[in-house]
Design a protein around this ligand. Sequence first.
Ligand code: MLT
Length: 407
Amino acid sequence: MVRINENYDKLASSYLFPEIARRTKNFSEKNSGVKILRLGIGNTTEPLTPTVIKGLKSGVEKLADVKTYTGYGDEQGDLRLRKAICELYARLGVSLEHDEVFVSDGAKPDSANIQSIFNTASVIAVQDPAYPVYVDSNVIGGHTGKANGVVYEKIVYMPCNEENGFFPQVPKEKVDLIYLCSPNNPTGAVATKEQLKGFVDYATKNKAIIIFDSAYSSYISDKSLPKSIYEISGAKDCAIEINSFSKSAGFTGVRLGWCIVPKNLIAEDAPFGKINSLWNRRQTTMFNGASNIAQEGGLAALTEEGLQENQGIIEYYMENARIIHSALSEMGLKVYGGINAPYLWVKTPNNMKSWEFFDKMLSEAHVVITPGSGFGPSGEGYFRVSAFGHRENIVEAVNNIKNNLKI
Ligand code: MLT
């Protein structure tokens, strides 16, 4: 008889955001007429900018004319877009070749799929707390043992806490794949160049590979902070970088991202170029390329006008972050992040458990937040607030919290 992939049975619980949605729906059904304000999932709310809309429309119009119609494109992405992404990196002083850039339908699938090109015996290290996709995709891919309470066997958890400023020490043991996210989801902490250099040195010494998720890099306003791991010398020899148009240009629903796999990366059994060609093999086999319309939108987003317009939207969300930060701090809560990142990481009052506080926030203030424990064991006792939202909803949520949350 057919058997399932038993790794799915190792998964400890349902994926975090559907679980939040389920609890919120339950609450709504029991409390009809109550307006719920959502600061949970980091979902963009502001319309696409005029330049991006123009780009998307031109993509649609091309499909209406036999002279410009295109069917399948290159699985790796439209060459013009790959070159535009290289130019974006060139502004940071990073030089990439276009065949090191793989356009995709977003950072989430790339961060989930990248593990599949590495041996299942690879030891995985994650920041704790971390975006749940890194751990869950490795569980599904068979890189871990079973769940043991709140942790999985064979995963090295690198605690990020108040003491270390929410950035971990390099692992004491030898690991093979290291997931880093900066600006961090969920803590909002941003790694400095020195901190990243520590990991690049570790990876070089231990022949490990870093998977660097920079999906929120456009939220960095402090010029001293790195937006790409490739700003650190040596990183092109040991790091893969994943980024997206979701949070920088509002493409959460449009879907477009990219993954950089430098040819310099090597593994014990993979010489120069092989890891790059494995990802190419994976993508050409399992992916037919990002939507041609979305890619026209992405090209427009990377023009000077597109970047400038989207900067305005980023500043809008960051003003939301300031409003939330100051309100929660005034209430005496300990608030982290939200300065160079659209997420705020807040300690629950009175040492409450994260899910207990989630329920309290929902029932008293009618505001949805994300429980910190959903991101890993070190997230227990924290909650995450997303700054993505319409201003009036953010203000209403903050007022509800100030007026109705009993702490
Ligand atoms: C989040 O809320 O952590 C993210 O927006 C979810 C995602 O990007 O998949």
